[in-house]
Design a binder for this molecule. Structure first.
Ligand code: GDP
Length: 344
């Protein structure tokens, strides 16, 4: 088995982000150098002007080599067993000669500075495997920024030859929509009997799922797991087929004991093949492309406001007026746009 960093070029890696030569970094990433891939992602997450320019160049170089992976989203409340599940299914994935990247989005880290995902050692065994790359959640930035960085990190991972990408997010309500726009298949991990009422998972999130997995369904919990599966099947039965003509499937697994994990991976690959055949795969990717276009346009327009002093001042002024109820938000937006477009 090759060493994890078999391609390591120590001189190159010593360079700071500002010293990096983008085409050299791109070549290292294409060669599958994991440490360079990591460096590239750090570059993407930085908001220094010089780094933004470099990361845009890097993305441009990587884009033609991206798009060919299976992108899997996984969500569930803390403790549902997400990292245990990824550890288990990850072993199946790499046995099939795939290269697996795991990226995390953690809304808690941007909201409270503390991180639910980052505070513990996760996926220890998997992280030692040569064909696996695990990237913890970025620790700064708002959720939109983190999701965008994740989207761009996926492009770098794909250019580095990773053909299965799992994006994990804590299911506390904020980040699932982003996950939906990042991935081809959406897994929701639940546990049996935990007070249920669907464990605070909103109906909208269930509707986004392709596969709902009741985890911790080993022998001792078998009855509770069966009940949970039945209950969930009833709930999703009344949800209509989603936009892409897909139905939600419910199943029981035990990540800890490896029950039904191989079957889950088989199901994922079969579903993806079927969706490629009936074009629902490309339909979803198309919708995602438009979503990210809109997102970056909005971000770009918002950034423009901060480029000029007078626009920034007007923005701050209007914000105060809105807060004090003196101006209506729509009127204020019109005034701001008028200033930018017509200079008045
Ligand atoms: P996460 O917060 O969703 O990533 O959850 P973890 O993977 O860290 O798991 C939370 C706890 O549940 C840990 O103590 C795991 O050992 C346990 N756990 C995970 N999967 C299973 C399972 O299939 N069965 C049982 N009994 N425990 C599990």
């Amino acid at each position: 088995m090759p060493e994890k960093n078999q391609y390591l070029n120590p001189n190159f890696l010593k360079k700071s982000l500002s010293e990096l030569n983008v085409s050299e970094l791109f070549q290292e990433i294409r060669d599958g150098n994991i440490a360079s891939l990591s460096k590239g992602i750090t570059l993407l997450e930085s908001d220094l002007d010089d780094h933004i320019q470099k990361s845009n160049e890097l993305l441009k170089l990587c884009l033609p080599y991206s798009g060919n992976s299976i992108r899997i989203g996984i969500t569930g409340i803390p403790g549902a067993g997400k990292s245990t599940f990824i550890e288990a299914i990850g072993q199946q994935i790499i046995q099939g000669k795939n290269k697996l990247a795991v990226l995390a989005i953690d809304p808690s880290s941007s909201l409270s500075k503390g991180s639910i995902l980052g505070d513990k050692t996760r996926m220890e065994e998997l992280s030692r495997m040569p064909d696996v790359f695990i990237r913890p959640t970025p620790t700064s930035g708002n959720l939109g920024g983190v999701a965008r960085a994740t989207k761009e990190s996926m492009i770098l991972c794909e250019a580095a030859g990773f053909n299965v990408i799992m994006v994990e997010t804590v299911g506390v309500g904020q980040s699932e929509i982003e996950l939906h726009y990042l991935t081809d298949i959406f897994l929701l991990l639940l546990i049996p009997g935990a007070g249920d009422e669907l464990q605070g998972i909103k109906r909208g999130i269930m509707e986004m799922a392709d596969l709902i997995l009741v985890n911790k369904a080993e022998k001792e919990n078998a009855d509770a797991a069966k009940r949970a599966v039945k209950q969930l099947e009833n709930a999703v039965h009344y949800m209509s087929q989603n936009k892409y003509g897909r139905f939600i499937h419910v199943d029981a697994v035990s990540a800890l004991q490896g029950l039904n994990i191989q079957e889950t991976w088989d199901k994922i690959t079969k579903d993806i093949s079927a969706w490629k055949e009936n074009h629902s795969f490309s339909e979803k990717r198309k919708d995602q492309a438009v979503y990210w276009f809109d997102q970056s346009l909005h971000n770009g327009l918002r950034n423009i406001i901060h480029q000029r002093n007078d626009w920034q001042k007007l923005y701050a002024h209007l914000k105060k007026e809105i807060e004090s109820g003196k101006t209506h938000p729509f009127t204020a937006a019109d005034e701001m746009l008028n200033k930018i477009i017509n200079g008045k």
